[in-house]
Design a protein around this ligand. Structure first.
Ligand code: ADP
Length: 159
């Protein structure tokens, strides 16, 4: 069984992330969406909230699991028996960082392969940060995130 991990902060999940998860689920037997529990990075939502929002966005995908992880991604991958890492690429600006990450993971764990899925054109400008910024000013984010995430963001920003 081929297991792939899709790691990220998902603070919160956007339609761009959902598109990548749906496509990753078609090309591997199991996808684990791995939510980074990173104390150094200040997140708007708790890991538990982020996991719930992801789960609520993925009804009908039976081969996708959602977990949190901390520490090195490759240690988590080894524990889960995963040999693939999925990452999404939006623009050239993502490229340099993503290549550095992929090479580092490969150096640490040669059996791991990183698969880049290019962002759907419709979502190529979307990021969790931009969605949070728009939401914080009361802008319409209904095109960017599922309605339950929109509701959570509105609650956070008291809108
Ligand atoms: P990280 O903090 O690891 O970048 P993110 O949650 O921001 O975590 O993103 C996780 C992954 O999803 C990254 O590979 C990122 O490039 C990708 N991604 C983010 N937004 C989109 C999008 N709109 N379309 C495609 N991929 C995306």
């Amino acid at each position: 069984m081929k297991v792939g991990i899709y790691p990220g902060s998902f603070d919160p999940i956007t339609n761009g992330h959902i598109n990548i998860i749906e496509r990753a689920a078609k090309i591997t037997d199991k996808v684990i969406v791995a939510v980074l529990n990173n104390n150094a990075k200040t997140a708007l939502f708790t890991v538990e909230d982020r996991i719930k929002m992801i789960k609520d966005s993925l009804s009908g995908l039976s081969n996708v699991e959602v977990r949190s992880f901390d520490g090195l991604l490759i240690d988590f991958a080894k524990n889960e028996g995963a040999t693939l890492i999925f990452r999404g690429l939006r623009a050239v600006s993502d490229y340099e960082y993503e290549m550095q990450l992929a090479h580092t993971n490969k150096a640490l764990y040669p059996d791991i392969e990183t698969i880049f899925l290019q962002s759907d054109t419709k979502h190529s400008y979307l990021s969790s940060s931009i969605v949070k910024e728009v939401a914080s000013y009361g802008g319409d984010i209904s095109e960017f995130v599922p309605s339950h995430v929109e509701a959570k963001l509105k609650m956070c920003y008291n809108r």
